[in-house]
Each structure stands twice: as structure tokens, then as C-alpha cells.
Design a protein around this ligand. Structure first.
Ligand SMILES: N[C@@H](CCC[C@H](N)C(=O)O)C(=O)O
Length: 260
């Protein structure tokens, strides 16, 4: 049987979205999710997201990486599902939705710019050469020189699979500073096992890490990714961060039908 799917992207981090309010999607079929996300044999995406009913919110978000496994929070996915919910007529410009890391509030304007509140961050671990923190998903943050030519997939994969983060692994962000409150970021994503064009929880982690390590004084940071520009604002109290907002574009790409 053919089912409708939608494709969205947020700064080049792309997702298949399915309206699963009527439970049409086989949620435990890892092979199917992996197949649909495959860029040669399937639709192609960094991940797949189900929009579902939620008792105490406008909707809920279920996120799968392109390896087919359900995973932790996806910031760009959260921005894309907000645009999807608006396009389906579920919300207007404001959304409250449930995700794996708790409730999120988001707004979307007429230009498709989505501002998504991320979970509060209470722990930032600063080491000599890197910072580790969880912004809904785990992130290793490391400064590098020559970011444009840096081997993100090779070095990111080594760190992700090194003993440092155990079986669960971590996403890995490589950063260079381009202004007083501006940074370029390239991310190796766990579950995609490759560099993606942008990672929302990743740039959020980078913004907080840059503040904690004194590389910026600002409470609003611009992050340039290979897929476009995002901004992250926050309130800080030492290593505790609240009112964290990830802001940037989320765009509908196409709609189609596929079998599952
Ligand atoms: N692209 C995402 C992060 C998705 C989750 C990640 N791959 C993981 O499994 O930790 C984002 O925009 O945050």
C-alpha cells in the first residue's frame, strides 16, 4: 500500500516526515527506516521523523537516525516538525510538543524561521582539548585549525568510536572561531555515521561550550554550518544554561508516496 511522506530540511539537515497520528507507520521496523533514508535505494535523508498525537501537547515527535534506530533529540528535526505541523494545520505560529528529552516550545514566522527552545543544560564538562555536553543529544566539541579541509568523517568517526564515550558514542563537532560571537562548525553525526550539513543540538552545544570556555562573551551566538546559518541564545548561570533557543530556517522540499 502507498503512503504519503514529506521531505523537509533545516540548514541542509534533511528528514523524511510522516504524519503518524493514525498509527500507519511500523515503528519497530529498523530496516524499513534505514531503507527509506538510503540516498540511492530509498527517498534519502539524514533521519526520519514521525508526528504523533500527544495528550498534553500539540503533537509528539519520534526521531530515527538514518541507520534506522530511534535516537535522542534532533534540534533541526524539531524545527522541521514545527514547520510540518504548521503546514498540516495542527498549529499556527506557536507549538508545544513532546520529544524524547521532554516538552519543547517553538515558534515559526511567515518566512519559515523556527525558534526552538532546547532543554536546559546543567552540566558542561571542560577538558584540556575538548568539551562534552548533552543538549538533548551528546556532543563532543573540539577547536580545529583549517576547518574547511579538516577530515570530519575520519577524525569524527575515531572519536565517536573511541573508548571515550562507550557503546553509546557521541556526536562530534569541529569548530573554528570567525568573529567575537561567530563560529564555523562541521559535525560528525552518530547514527548517520558521516558528516551532515548541519546539526541543531550540535551547534547548540558549540554555542554553550564557546561561552563556558570564554571564547565569547555574548549570550547570542551565530553558527555557520556547511548548510547555512543558525543562531543560539541562552541565559547562563556558571555552567547552567536555561532559556536556550535554536533559531533558523526550516523548509518543505517535496511530498511523495511510497510503499511500506
Ligand atoms: N541532526 C540532529 C541530531 C540527531 C541525533 C544524533 N544523530 C544522535 O543520534 O545523537 C540535530 O539537528 O540535532
Amino acid at each position: 500500500m502507498l503512503h504519503t511522506f514529506y521531505k523537509y530540511q533545516g540548514t541542509g539537515n534533511d528528514f523524511i516526515l510522516v504524519d503518524n497520528r493514525n498509527n500507519i507507520f511500523p515503528k519497530n521496523d529498523t530496516k524499513l527506516v534505514k531503507f527509506l533514508c538510503d540516498r540511492r535505494f530509498g527517498i534519502g535523508a539524514d533521519g526520519l521523523i514521525l508526528l504523533e498525537n500527544a495528550g498534553d501537547a500539540d503533537f509528539s515527535m519520534v526521531y530515527y537516525n538514518s541507520d534506522g534506530n530511534e535516537s535522542s533529540m534532533c534540534g533541526n528535526g524539531g524545527r522541521c516538525i514545527t514547520a510540518f505541523a504548521r503546514d498540516l494545520g495542527i498549529i499556527d505560529e506557536d507549538a508545544n510538543f513532546a520529544a524524547v528529552d521532554g516538552l519543547h516550545h517553538a515558534t515559526i514566522d511567515d518566512n519559515g524561521i523556527v525558534s526552538l527552545q532546547m532543554k536546559d543544560v546543567h552540566t558542561v564538562s571542560v577538558y584540556e582539548d575538548y568539551v562534552f555536553l548533552d543538549t538533548g543529544s551528546p556532543h563532543h566539541v573540539e577547536m580545529v585549525e583549517n576547518l574547511p579541509s579538516f577530515d570530519v568523517k575520519g577524525v569524527g568517526g575515531q572519536i565517536r568510536y573511541s573508548g571515550l564515550y562507550g557503546d553509546k558514542g557521541s556526536n562530534v563537532n569541529f569548530v573554528s572561531q570567525t568573529g567575537t560571537d561567530k563560529f564555523s562548525v562541521r559535525t560528525y553525526e552518530r547514527g548517520v555515521e558521516d558528516e551532515t550539513l548541519s546539526c541543531g543540538t550540535g551547534v547548540t552545544a558549540v554555542a554553550l561550550a564557546m561561552k563556558v570556555t570564554g571564547r565569547t562573551d555574548s549570550d547570542k551566538v551565530t553558527l555557520e554550518t556547511p548548510g547555512g546559518e543558525l543562531s543560539v541564545s541562552f541565559l547562563q548561570d556558571g555552567k547552567q544554561f536555561t532559556n536556550i533557543f535554536l533559531t533558523g530556517p526550516a523548509r518543505f522540499v517535496f511530498k511523495g508516496k511510497t510503499a511500506w
